[in-house]
Design a protein around this ligand. Structure first.
Ligand SMILES: [Zn+2]
Length: 320
């Protein structure tokens, strides 16, 4: 009897070790990346525009008590010329939306993006901070993956800023078949023939192209092609010293740019062009070294939001 117990305990320990090692290899191990060639920096002139603020609207989260916690949702930029939503998190109908996919794909989507489903839909959260969803002027998506675009399904229809290359990607049946984008979400986007976001050859920070959305330097978009062909990063400048750079899924979390490491194995498969995506990590890491005061916020990196929005979810920060 005692012998059986010993064997059982030994088997149990082996099982625990195997599970821990697999979790480490899949989720936590991150490979170091080479530095990118240094890029000249164009320092922007930033003024504090009265009435501009940014609010964190978290719609979903996992492991929120830990530093590696994941989050999803939206950043609302309030602007006198009309408010902007940056990303929208998952649709509140996520489970129904993925129900038509084959079993294994459905399992994968539910166990990754599906972990960030919104218990309360985005429009209700917007109302809690005094924002009328019907009055939002426009939305911009860091990229079209379902966990960034899905919230559009819950919102009134509004212009969605996307480049031609990202629209082509979103409409690609192969991309939709893999569950990266959803046919229903694409219906909320502009047609491929009429993209709503174009870059000028105006360098900004360490990027060669940019788009100044309000033409006042408050919100400036730059390309971060790699994770998807039309991924973008969004600078929100509240004051010369209070600035955020929302980088979508270019990095998993702050470790990505602070330590210049690749994505975890489990998330690498979401990069459309891995070589380009890893160059982007190098670019963001270089920017972080050159502009340490800039708050770089990865879409799912909860600890980065907590630093910029010390009041937590549903709090706002202004430049004044
Ligand atoms: Zn994502």
């Amino acid at each position: 009897m005692l012998r059986m117990l010993k064997i059982f305990i030994r088997m149990l320990l082996i099982l625990v070790a195997v599970v821990a090692a697999s979790l480490y290899l899949l989720y936590f191990r991150r490979m170091p990346l080479p530095a990118t060639a240094p890029h000249p920096r164009v320092v922007p002139v930033i003024s504090t525009i009265p009435g501009v603020s940014a609010c964190w609207v978290e719609t979903g989260k996992t492991f929120s008590n830990f530093s590696f916690a994941s989050t999803a949702g939206s950043i609302l930029v309030r602007h006198p010329a009309g408010d902007l939503l940056i990303d929208t998190g998952n649709s509140s109908h996520f489970n129904e939306e993925v129900s038509g996919y084959p079993f294994l794909l459905r399992l994968k989507l539910k166990s990754l993006a599906g972990e960030l489903n919104p218990p309360v839909p985005l429009p209700d959260l917007l109302r809690r901070i005094g924002e009328d969803p019907a009055k939002v002027r426009w939305a911009i998506l860091s990229h079209v993956h379902l966990d960034h675009a899905g919230g559009l399904m819950d919102l009134p229809r509004m212009p969605v800023l996307l480049t031609r290359e990202e629209l082509e990607f979103a409409n690609d049946p192969k991309v939709q078949a893999k569950g990266f984008t959803m046919a229903d979400h694409v219906k909320a986007f502009p047609p491929v023939s009429a993209p709503t976001l174009k870059f000028d050859a105006t360098p900004y920070e360490t990027f060669d192209e940019s788009a100044d959305l309000y033409k006042d330097g408050s919100v400036v978009v730059v390309p971060l092609r790699g994770h998807t062909p039309g991924s973008v990063g969004i600078f929100v400048n509240l004051s010369p010293t209070r600035r955020l750079f929302y980088v979508g899924d270019a990095v998993d979390d702050e470790r990505g740019f602070a330590e210049r490491v690749a994505k975890s194995v489990i998330l690498q498969d979401s990069d459309n062009d891995r070589a380009l995506a890893e160059q982007v990590v190098g670019r963001i890491s270089e920017l972080h070294e050159k502009v340490p005061g800039l708050a770089i916020i990865p879409a799912h990196g909860r600890s980065a939001y907590m630093k910029f929005f010390p009041g937590g979810p549903l709090s706002c920060v202004s430049g004044q």
